[in-house]
Ligand binder design. Structure first.
Ligand SMILES: Cc1cc2nc3c(=O)[nH]c(=O)nc-3n(C[C@H](O)[C@H](O)[C@H](O)COP(=O)(O)OP(=O)(O)OC[C@H]3O[C@@H](n4cnc5c(N)ncnc54)[C@H](O)[C@@H]3O)c2cc1C
Length: 327
């Protein structure tokens, strides 16, 4: 990014709730607590700001990447040459969509069957806050997501899930902003959701989902008694405890499970539990977690990732694919 581009981005965002920051170490924005620098980073608080920013980035031919809670990303030590965008403020809010509201989503609430309700959650909303709100409101459907430390937008992009459920199961539609700053509504039927993957199909199939920012998500949820929801959430949380490393930096499962098997089982069977590279380590608690035990660099983590891939391939002829998005 050259000086003129920096000046014009600084000028655009000067009076916004958060101004553009430059040359930002990404370790502070990733749960792995590692990573190179981004040329720029901004917290965007309104849909109008997001649209204006994307228009300008498009005009200046600058690359961007939206992140949520950084719980599934690793920026390489080379760094990211463009703008990292985070969704805050209005874009973190949650609301029940009322059938009487004067907007198209509201009209669709009437079409929802079987006592389901339509809930709109900002793409930047943390899953933890969203699930707490749902429990308070007596809205059920996503309890299995308890303990996943991401955002609503990041979880949809990854089709995050646990214990047999995926966030895609409760999706109704998305409101997205494209790389030119235009808003697009994406109904559930235009998405192909598979294991840790969301793709666009149907009329939008030519678009790349990587070029869309999920500004907000409509979910279909059911009314259930609050106590019942809380006890389900507690049950899901206790099933996680003891099986995953806690109190240590990680991005959750590092590799996707290959069809019919578990990446953790293969890594453990290859004798890699506890293997280190610098301060990156294959967790002794769960072999599919690569943890940062101190001041690991992104290069340490990626070198260890390659060693794991190579060893598992030699032992079992299975090529493990990272679930973590390497930026
Ligand atoms: C301890 C731990 C446990 C975990 N357990 C699970 C688990 O059980 N199941 C599971 O599926 N995952 C799990 N994860 C991984 C991670 O939490 C999920 O993938 C989560 O959904 C990522 O959300 P995020 O907001 O942190 O996304 P980020 O890591 O910030 O980003 C991930 C990807 O989503 C994109 N993205 C982020 N926000 C948006 C948006 N608004 N619009 C479009 N794209 C966006 C980013 O560009 C990137 O490609 C775990 C992680 C940790 C650290």
């Amino acid at each position: 990014m050259d000086r003129q581009q920096r000046e014009s981005l600084a000028g655009l965002t000067k009076n916004w709730p958060s101004a553009m920051q430059f040359d930002v170490p990404m370790a502070g924005y990733s749960t792995l607590r590692a990573g190179g620098r981004a040329a720029a980073l901004i917290d965007v608080h309104r849909l109008s700001e997001l649209r204006r920013l994307l228009e300008q980035l498009h005009e200046q031919q600058l690359v961007f990447r939206v992140i949520g809670r950084g719980s599934n990303i690793l920026v390489t030590d080379k760094g990211f040459p463009g703008v990292i965008i985070r969704l805050k403020g209005e874009l973190e809010q949650v609301d029940l969509v009322e059938a009487s509201d004067e907007n198209s989503d509201a009209l669709e609430t009437k079409k929802i069957e079987g006592g389901e309700l339509l809930i709109n959650a900002g793409g930047g909303c943390s899953l933890g806050n969203f699930l707490t709100w749902c429990a308070q409101q007596g809205l059920s459907g996503l309890e299995f997501m308890t303990g996943i430390p991401g955002s609503v937008g990041g979880a949809v992009r990854m089709n995050a899930g646990a214990l047999g459920g995926e966030i895609g199961d409760c999706l109704h539609s998305l409101e997205c902003v494209d790389a030119c700053g235009s808003t697009i509504r994406v109904p559930r039927s235009d998405l192909r959701l598979s294991y840790r993957k969301a793709e666009l199909v149907g009329r939008d199939r030519e678009r790349d989902i990587d070029a869309l920012i999920v500004a907000s998500v409509n979910f279909r949820l059911m009314r259930v008694e609050q106590g019942e929801i809380r006890s389900r959430c507690a049950g899901y949380l206790s099933r996680r405890k003891g099986k995953q490393p806690t109190g240590v930096a990680s991005a959750g499962s590092f590799f996707k499970n290959p069809a019919g098997d578990a990446a953790g089982r293969l890594i453990e069977a290859a004798g890699l539990k506890g293997r280190c590279c610098g301060e990156a380590m294959v967790s002794p608690v769960h072999a599919n977690f690569i943890v940062n035990t101190g001041k690991s660099t992104a290069t340490d983590i990626l070198t260890l990732m390659e060693q794991v891939q190579e060893t598992v391939f030699q032992e079992f002829a299975v090529r493990l694919e990272p679930e973590v998005e390497i930026i």
